[in-house]
Design a binder for this molecule. Structure first.
Ligand code: ZN
Length: 139
């Protein structure tokens, strides 16, 4: 059971544990593609854990990669307006990271894998209309 009296330390434990989970899954995945996905998650959790650990140890997040001012502004807005509803909070963070549904690009193929189709519930057979949707001409 996590001691949640120190939220930021609880977060650090969670990030490290999630990273460890994905590193383990990457090492033991039978499917190469799935292993690469887990490696990506492990790397992301590692970076996040280092940010949080620095914050705990020094009170500051280390200077990392150059963050565009517009990206930081979007992140700040998302952090400043957390919804009471967990699903809405998660959606707002998705929109901040991937862009709102209207600005996401369709990639084609399985709609479940397409950021542009996320949340749109396309009809069976659940195929993304593809990247050319916006430029299709009416004949
Ligand atoms: Zn799509």
């Amino acid at each position: 059971m996590l001691d949640q009296s120190e939220p930021i330390r609880t977060l650090l434990v969670r990030l490290i544990a999630d990273g460890r989970h994905h590193a383990h899954a990457a090492a033991h995945s039978k499917a190469e593609e799935l292993a690469r996905v887990h490696e990506g998650f492990a790397a992301g959790f590692h970076t996040a854990a280092v940010y949080v650990a620095d914050l705990i140890a020094t009170g500051r997040v280390r200077a990392g990669q150059q963050i565009r001012a517009e990206d930081e502004a979007v992140a700040q807005r998302a952090a400043d307006s957390l919804n009471v509803d967990p699903a809405e909070r998660a959606n707002a963070i998705s929109d901040a990271i991937y862009g709102a549904p209207a600005e996401r690009e369709h990639i084609g193929g399985n709609a479940e894998d397409c950021p542009g189709c996320a949340g749109t519930n396309p009809p069976y057979p659940f195929l993304c209309p593809g990247p050319d949707e916006a430029v299709q001409e009416v004949s």
